[in-house]
Design a protein around this ligand. Structure first.
Ligand SMILES: [Zn+2]
Length: 313
């Protein structure tokens, strides 16, 4: 059943409508909300929403509870491949919790929060941006980690990044929901404006596994991977010094040694390598630049350092 979560009139007899689809079976009221499309240039979640909904439709007798799928919190952004809300020049994930009496985007955010609140778990799927590709990961803040980490470990992601409280933005959907008692996991995977089918499949298995643990899924599940976590580890940032075209020579997901050659910044005019890019530490490359044009200071890669015990995996 498709429902309207929020709507707002547009200037010339059109409406902005945020929709969800409820898939329900059995008597249980246990509810999982799968949310995506806050950033209109992040499309990995579109395919995930499609595959999860399709599979549940085909195996509805195995479902015990409610799955709400919100594919496009920012529908105009997706229609126009705009990260923020078009015309408002506004990042939607910087105005939560919104306000019932606020501007149009604030009213939408308030209605969305109200609708998702009370879910037993919410999964908010993002896909980086057009510049960086991310290994499937879940991000959370230090204060929420004791509650969220056990659920994140069920999700078949490669990595769980626990951020210091100081770096957590309070105006995000996830922060708002977690603060109000609705457990919300933020997934980052893939790259903007693209679909990576294998990541979608990976998360799909994770969602079924999570549903099984919540007593919502009576069907089969596949074994899930144990994620690396950032607990007791540091993250190394590789930034460019020069401007030019970045050409990586390492692969996404590689484990590298400090000072390993991971790519070059080249100058197409002079055909010179202007910067040889080296790993800043040992570890796993979990973020790698996808968009070739770089300037001084551009982020090229993030590397997860081994734990103090020395092992990388
Ligand atoms: Zn995003």
């Amino acid at each position: 059943m498709t429902e309207t979560v929020a709507s707002a009139a547009l200037a010339v007899h059109e409406n902005l409508i945020v929709q969800k689809r409820r898939i329900q079976n059995g008597k249980s009221r246990t509810r999982l909300s799968l949310v995506t499309g806050t950033h209109g240039d992040e499309l990995e979640g579109q395919y995930l929403a499609y595959t999860v909904g399709k599979y549940l439709d085909e195996n509805i007798d195995k479902l015990e509870g409610i799955v709400d799928i919100y594919p496009a919190l920012n529908p105009m952004g997706i229609d126009s491949i705009t990260r923020g809300i078009p015309m408002f020049d506004l990042d939607m994930n910087r105005i939560f919790p919104g306000s019932e009496n606020g501007t149009m985007p604030e009213m939408l955010c308030a209605a969305i929060v109200s609708d998702i609140s009370g879910s037993d778990i919410c999964i908010d799927v993002h896909s980086s941006n057009i510049f960086l590709k991310e290994i499937p990961q879940i991000r959370m803040s230090v204060p929420t980690a004791p509650t969220l980490l056990p659920f994140a470990k069920l999700m078949n992601v490669d990595f769980v990044w626990i951020h210091d409280a100081a770096t957590v933005l309070e105006s995000t959907l996830a922060h708002t929901l977690n603060t109000r008692g609705t457990k919300t996991l933020v997934v980052e995977m893939g790259v903007g404006m693209r679909i990576t089918k294998e990541y979608s499949s990976q998360l799909f298995e994770g969602i079924l596994n999570l549903m099984k643990e919540l007593g919502m899924w009576k069907g089969s599940t596949a074994p899930v991977r144990e994620p690396l976590t950032s607990e007791g580890r540091e993250v190394g940032f590789v930034n460019s010094d020069a401007a030019g075209i970045f050409v990586p020579c390492s692969h996404f997901g590689d484990t590298v040694k400090k000072d390993a050659h991971i790519g070059d910044v080249v100058d197409p005019l002079t055909s010179k390598v202007v910067e040889e890019v080296k790993a800043v530490c040992d570890g796993l490359i979990f973020t790698l630049r996808e968009y070739p044009v770089v300037y001084g200071g551009s982020l090229l890669a993030r590397i997860l350092k081994p734990s103090a015990g020395g092992e990388t995996e």
